[in-house]
Design a binder for this molecule. Sequence first.
Ligand SMILES: C[S@@+](CC[C@H](N)C(=O)[O-])C[C@H]1O[C@@H](n2cnc3c(N)ncnc32)[C@H](O)[C@@H]1O
Length: 335
Amino acid sequence: MESVKEVNEEEGSLRGQAQVWQLMFGFADSMALKSAVELRLADIIHSHGGPITLSQIASGIDSSSPDIPYLARLMRMLVRKGIFTANDHPSSDGGDDHQTEYGLTHISKWLLHDSELSLAPMVVMENNPWQLAPWHYLANCVKQGGIAFEKAHGCNMWDFASRNPEFNKIFNDGLASATKIVMTAFVPQYKDGFDTIQSLVDVGGGTGGAIAEIVKIYPHIKGINFDLPHVVATAPDYDGVSHVGGNMFESIPNGDAVFMKREAEESEPPSAVNLVGGGREADTHEMTGEINLMVSSERSGSGQVGRGGFDEEEEQQICSSTGSTSRSDANLIRI
Ligand SMILES: C[S@@+](CC[C@H](N)C(=O)[O-])C[C@H]1O[C@@H](n2cnc3c(N)ncnc32)[C@H](O)[C@@H]1O
C-alpha cells in the first residue's frame, strides 16, 4: 500500500504537471482578450443595451461570413475568464431549447472602444506581434544582457516607431488610453503643484493626452507637449496645449515646470527627492505611481539640458525600458 507521503508526492507532481500545461498556454488568454477587442465583442453587446445571443453577436462582427462555431469557442473561453457572462434562457418559440445570452462584466466594460476610459487600445498595443517579439529574447537577455526590443527589431523602440507609422500609431494610441485613465484619477487629486505654475512642459508626453488633462482642469496653465517629431506629428489638437517636436537629450522647451510620466519599471519605488543644480529644496513625497514632476532649475533658462545630473537609476526612470541611454540633467521631484 502506498504511504501518505507517496500519495502526496504523486498528487503534487500531477498538479505540477497541470500547472506546466497551464503556463505553456498562458499566451492563449492574451490572444483571446486581443481577439475580443479586435472583433469589438464588448461594443457589439453594449450597442444592444443588454445580453445578446451568439447569432446577434455574429451579425455585429465586421465580416460577411463569420464562423459561428469558432465564435462560440472563443466566447466560451472569454466567459470562463470572466470577460463576458453567459446565461441560458428558454428560446423565444416556447420549445425545450435553450439559448445562451452573453453580457458584459466589469472586465469587458474596459474593452469598449468608444468609452471615454478604455483599455482597448492598450490591449492591441501590448499584444501586437511587434511588441510580443522581444519576449522571445528573454533568455538571450539573461545570457548576454542587452535590450530585448533591440534584439528583436535591430533598433530601439523610438527609432522603430519613427520608421513604422503603423507601429507608431498603435503605440501612441495604446499609451494615450492608459494615460487618460491614470490622469483622470490623478490630476483632480494633485492640487497644490499645478495651482502655482503658469506653464508646464510634458517631456516625452506622447500625443499630449496627459498635459491636455492637466490643462483642462487648470486652464491657467500653458501646456507644452514635447516628444519626438514623429510622435507630435500625429498628435491631435488640444485646447491650451502646443506640441513641440525634439530630442529631450538635446534640449527641451522652457516652462515653469517639467512633467514626465512613464511606465514604472522599477520594482522598488525610489526613495528620495533628487534636486540637481537648481539649489532648491522640495518636499519629499512618497512615490505614488508612475508620475514624475521635474522642476526646471532656471525658469528663464534656454531650455538646454545640461550634462550629467542623473545617476544611472534616475536615467533609467527617464529612459524607457526600451533602452535610451543618453544622459540628461534637470531637477526631479517624484510625487
Ligand atoms: C513610455 S512613453 C510615455 C508617453 C507618455 N508620457 C505617457 O505616459 O503616456 C515614452 C515617450 O517618450 C518619448 N521619447 C523617447 N525618447 C525621447 C527623446 N529622446 N526625446 C523626446 N521624447 C522621447 C517617446 O516617443 C514616448 O512617447
